[in-house]
Design a protein around this ligand. Sequence first.
Ligand code: NAD
Length: 391
Amino acid sequence: MKTLNVGIVGCGNISGIYLQNIPAYRGLALRACADMKPEVAQAQASRYGLEALSVDELLAREDIDLVVNLTIPSAHFGVSLAALSAGKHVFSEKPLAIDFEQGRKLVDEAEARGLLLGCAPDTFLGAGGRLARNLIDEGAVGRILSGSATLMSHGMEHWHPDPEFFFKPGGGPILDMAPYYLSALVNLLGPVQRVFAMSSIGFPERIVTSDSPRKGQRITVETPTSVMALLEFASGAQVTFCMSWDVWKHGHPAIELYGTEGSLRVPDPNFFGGHVEVTERGGDWQAKDSGNMPLGAPNWRSPNWAPDLPSRANYRALGLADLASAALNGTPHRSTGRLALHVLEVMHSILESAATGRPMAITTMLERPAILSDEEAAGLWQGPPHAATAA
Ligand SMILES: NC(=O)c1ccc[n+]([C@@H]2O[C@H](COP(=O)([O-])OP(=O)(O)OC[C@H]3O[C@@H](n4cnc5c(N)ncnc54)[C@H](O)[C@@H]3O)[C@@H](O)[C@H]2O)c1
């Protein structure tokens, strides 16, 4: 078996980039897709030349080896558990589950069955994340003492057609956005061992301004939209962690780390490329572009972006290719369910600490993911099918 046959469950917004990128990776063969709305599955199946099935049909198919769960967060647990129970490897969009115990059950179930469970985000395996990891591991800025991670914007109601769920329990900037920042930090620094947090709701009501049938409707905000946390890593590093949808404008970089020999700026962990900036002690920032590294070149832009915004590197499905290589060739598996479970525990602990005013100890310890070398990354990517044919 040289490839894993892939079935997608959940054919909404994010499915397009997976369907586009999966054929560009080695070890993966797209076979079928399913959605609780058959017409949605049919539309993507027709667009990408796949078979549209019901979820039950897809899980019953013996020729599907890997189920990619792109459903909404509240459906992640049920779909992933059903897929594991059907003997499939699973890769889930983030978060692994809404509830920590459900996340743990998925990890246990996969391990008991000898199956691989992977989870987004896989962005930390992109060129920008690899460059930052290499610099830290080479000692370019010494031992990391402290740092900051920041996501600040004014929320989702100006672009998302149906943004209500973002402002209800289970939504908010922690569960929605923190997985990118936490996965990047754990990849660089190792596990988090303790958190302390405060939170607030900056705007008790939101008005939908996106061009959609909900335009003008009011949403009552029922979950914190600004969360300020302190993360203590097992390494001893302390990182301020601010995730907010209550900020119009700010000047903070996505992630900045302060070491004994210098400082380092990690590129935006929502993407796969970008510049790493580094200093020698108090010297000037030196930019190191990851654009020439494998899986670093800008290749994508959002239809929601203004024309003056640059394209970014979007190689989603890298985590699937990493999982497939682990299953087929015995290479290390990196964006694992165990990493996602740790991230899930940290997110819930941040929210609980903010609600109770108490620091929270983290119980799920783990090693940093194995380094993905540039050669290995290049080996996973064969390029879009037409490029491969031309080569
Ligand atoms: N949209 C983005 O830009 C984006 C970016 C990164 C990650 N994600 C993540 O991807 C996931 C999906 O997000 P989305 O924006 O594509 O959502 P979406 O609502 O556009 O699509 C989800 C799809 O899943 C289907 N679905 C829901 N429950 C199901 C079930 N039980 N069985 C089968 N199908 C089911 C829905 O019918 C829908 O078509 C989420 O976990 C989200 O956090 C989204």
